[in-house]
Design a protein around this ligand. Structure first.
Ligand code: ADE
Length: 227
C-alpha cells in the first residue's frame, strides 16, 4: 500500500513511524509512506497556509489552494482508492473499516489544524472522513498515526503468524482473552491450569469463554454491532 500524508508538521511522524510494526512493514516494502508539507504549496512569501474565517469567529482556517494543489498533483500521478481527512466529526475508526481500508492500493491522508480546512476541500476532494474518538486533538497528525498503525498491522505479511492480527481484540466484535507468560506462579497468583494442559481444544474453548465474558462485562454494546 502507498500512503501519501499531507501535513504542516510532517516531522511529527518521525518517531512513531521509525519503530516496531510500521518500521518492519516499510522494510518489507509492504507499505510506502510519503509526506507532503503543505507549506511547500503555499503561494505567499511567509509560507503560510491559513487565513481568517469569513464571518469572523475564533481560529484560523487552512486555505483551499495549497491543499487543492497538493491533492491535484498526487491525483495526476496515480489513482487513489480514498482521500481521507482526519477530523473529529468523521466516521469513528473501527476495526471493520480498518480491515477494508487495509486492502487498498493508494490512499491520501490529509491532516488538518487550527479551526479546520476550507469546506470546499471536503466537498470536492475528500472521499472519507475519519475520527479516532469523540475528543478534539490539536491536529490530525496524531490521529493519522493511530489510523496508519491500525491499518498497517492488518496488511497480509506485516505480522507473523504468532502475532497475527486475526487474534486482536475487535476482530470478531469480541475483546481478546487474558494472556500469561512465565513464571507459572507469582506471589501466589497462578496461571490457569487449562493453559498449561496442552489440550488445544479445551484451551480454545476457554479462550472463547473468557472473550465472551470480558466483552459482556466491559463492552456489551459490541454484541449488537454489525460484523
Ligand atoms: N483531528 C482533531 N481531532 C481529531 C480526532 N478526534 N480524530 C481525527 N482527527 C482529529
Amino acid at each position: 500500500m502507498r500512503i501519501d500524508i499531507i501535513s504542516i508538521f510532517p516531522e511529527m511522524f518521525d518517531g512513531p513511524f521509525s519503530h516496531s510494526i510500521i518500521k518492519r512493514a516499510k522494510e518489507k516494502k509492504l507499505i510506502e509512506i510519503f509526506f507532503h508539507n503543505l507549506r511547500d504549496y503555499s503561494k505567499n512569501k511567509h509560507k503560510s497556509v491559513d487565513d481568517y474565517a469569513f464571518s469572523g469567529g475564533a481560529g484560523m482556517v487552512i486555505m483551499i489552494e495549497p491543499i487543492a494543489d497538493c491533492i491535484e498533483k498526487l491525483k495526476s500521478e496515480r489513482k487513489y482508492d480514498e482521500i481521507i481527512y482526519m477530523s473529529p466529526d468523521g466516521d469513528l475508526l473501527k476495526q471493520k473499516s480498518a480491515n477494508h481500508i487495509s486492502t487498498f492500493k493508494n490512499i491520501i491522508i490529509l491532516c488538518g489544524h487550527y479551526k479546520g480546512i476550507d469546506e470546499r476541500i471536503r466537498e470536492f476532494f475528500i472521499t472519507k472522513e475519519i475520527s479516532i474518538g469523540d475528543y478534539v486533538l490539536s491536529g490530525g497528525e496524531l490521529a493519522a498515526m493511530v489510523f496508519v498503525d491500525t491499518i498497517t498491522r492488518l496488511i497480509p505479511g506485516v505480522l507473523n503468524d504468532e502475532t497475527s492480527a486475526l487474534s486482536d481484540s475487535f476482530q470478531n466484535n469480541l475483546i481478546s482473552p487474558p494472556v500469561y507468560t512465565r513464571p507459572r506462579e507469582f506471589k501466589g497468583m497462578k496461571v490457569p491450569d487449562i493453559l498449561l494442559s496442552g489440550n488445544e481444544k479445551e484451551i480454545e474453548k476457554w479462550k472463547l469463554e473468557k472473550s465472551l465474558e470480558r466483552t459482556k462485562h466491559r463492552r456489551p454494546e459490541l454484541f449488537s454491532e454489525d460484523d
